[in-house]
Ligand binder design. Sequence first.
Ligand code: C2E
Ligand code: CA
Ligand code: CA
Length: 722
Amino acid sequence: MNSQTEHSTTSTWQTRLRSLWPRRIGWRLALGFGVLVALMLVALAQASFQIHHITQMTQRFATGDMQRLLRVQALSLQTEGVGSALVRLMNAPREHRVMEYTEVDERNRRIDGIIESLEQDLMGTEQEETLKRLIASRKVYADAFIATVDEVEADDLKAATQALNEQVNPALKAMLLQSNSLLQDERQRIETQLAQAQQAFERVAMWVGGLSVLAVFLSVWLGLGTTQSVTVPLAELEAAARRIAEGDYASRVPTTSAEEVDRVGQALNSMTDAVVQREQQIVRLAYQDALTGLPNRTALLSPATPPSTPYNCLALMDMARLKVINETLGHTTGDAMIKEMARRASAVFQAAVAAGEIGPHPIVARLTGGIFAAGFSVTSREAVQTLHERIEQALVVPASCGVHSVDLSLVYGFADGGPQTSAQPVETLMRNAEVALHSAKRAASGFAWYNEAQEAARLSHLSLVSDLRVAVASSQLQMWLQPKFSLKTGRAVGAEALVRWQHPQRGFVSPAEFVPFAEQTGYISMVTTWMLDQALRTLAAWAPTHPELSIAVNMSTRDLGDPEFIGRVSQLIALHGVDPKRLRLEVVESGLMDDPQRSVAVLHALRNLGCGLSIDDFGTGYSSLAYLQKLPVSELKIDRSFVDGIDRLPGTQRLFKTMVEMGHGMGLMVTAEGVETEAEKETITRLDCDVVQGYLTSRPLHGAALQAWFEGLPPAQGAAAG
Ligand code: C2E
Ligand code: CA
Ligand code: CA
């Protein structure tokens, strides 16, 4: 047999042996110790059996064999003794014979006694024959003895000696021979028995010794086996646990040879699964928006989730009017709208990928509130335009939530890597998209691109703004007035003053273009002061014929923070001698929130001067209803975006209605801005709106047109309104 086959035989033998080994450590221990205990019991039983056997043998030896030996020995002695006693008897004088007779008789009786007892003992043994011969010799001796005694009594010493020598002595000799033979036998027997006892002892010693050695070997083997069968699987378990601790969750605890360890292993495996699940959940929570299930800002910006191609375009999309939806229809509806928006936007991006308009793997995330961001790859801005149209298309159908159906609309800010549409770090795209979104909101244009031209425009605006000081001084500015009409009476209630700038080089500059930058630089307070002066002057001119008309001047956030503003307003009112309630001041809702505390204080001071106050662009800001209730305002101007197409949008109608009710609930006059069609006007009238302002009823007017309008007004009816 070569070493290889030898090895394989050994290993199959080992496998077979291992298959006999129980799978449970408990059973292994029980088996190991059970075998040891059984071995010990066998050794104990064997030892006690042998000891019992030896005891019995010793006892038999002490009680039977030894005594018999002594008796046989005594027989020889007596036999010898009777011979010499007989000699003494023959030679003793007559008077001494009685004593000698007694001794001889005594010895004879003893001999008989011994023979009798031996007869019983040796019945059926090998010595029985010898004894029989001895008994026969005894008989011969008895007869010879009597004959000898007769001669002695007849005082025939010669005949007596002859009888002794010829009859008694041979008989005694034969008896002695036979008793000696018996003695020999007995000695033999005892020696044999002693040898047997010795053997029995040795056997016991061998048994106990052998069993002990076996037990020692077995204990060592079982001990090693059991220890190994526990430590090896435990070591495997430990290694697996360490791998899991290092984050290798794919590594499973292997099945070992021990059932108990396996159970721990299984528990460890299910623990790992639970940890994996929980970790996934944590990652999900960290990277996923809980409301929509979309990725969150972290996921969008995180390099942990790289797109297969870097984005070169980012769209920021802000849900318009979410604040109002939350305030009026409740946050549940607001949340439902966000979810619906998420669903539709995601679907559009998927469709755009499928149509090949944008690159694969766009990421659509929700940032905060109603602001979504989408990172994607495009080859041209036309593709973004198509995407924009797709999204707008997806928002045509109003979203329904329970009884409400709400129109969804978005304001977009797009940013890309410039004309080359190269890839950009997502942070840069995000910052630029924010700028774009901001400018889209400011221009009320719905969407805007961020680009370098925009940046250049911003710089040019800055130079423009520095021209503003000159503009104010050299009367490049104009005040245009857009009339407002009561929907209840149809009469004019006043007008909003809108600034216009006729730039000597640039021509007409829209306020939407320069007002935000004038605000940023602080030049706006000059504009406001100029407009207040113009408005009060006009009011003073109107007073004799139309004291019911008011003029509203737009206040900027800067004015709210200007400590001299209130004093200036008060001075101008006094200068023109106008009833302060005919002057209204409009403040945009979002502008209030920069410093809410201070805004409330300034508005109270203005109110105390007697001016009327209006919340402008209502519905686009984020102020809470609770905060608005604190303001001493008397008019709510609902933003143009709610009015646009309202006749076709039942959801918007409901929103509008709620806003009107809310305004009325707070005791405010409600004005709708930007009404352009008859249908819109009809709808807002039905929805209980108080005042209308828009191109339908009148465009902003100036100069001759304003004069014509004013002169065409019906005469005043009592006190000023609005
Ligand atoms: P605003 O205060 O919401 O003013 C209303 C704007 O809506 C005006 O634009 C007006 O011409 C326009 N408008 C009125 N009716 C309609 C309509 O039916 N359809 C449409 N599409 N638009 C309509 P304008 O004059 O271009 O002013 C834009 C913004 O510039 C104003 O919005 C206001 O925020 C700011 N602004 C204008 N004048 C001044 C001013 O004197 N001071 C300050 N601080 N801001 C001003
Ligand atoms: Ca306004
Ligand atoms: Ca407005």
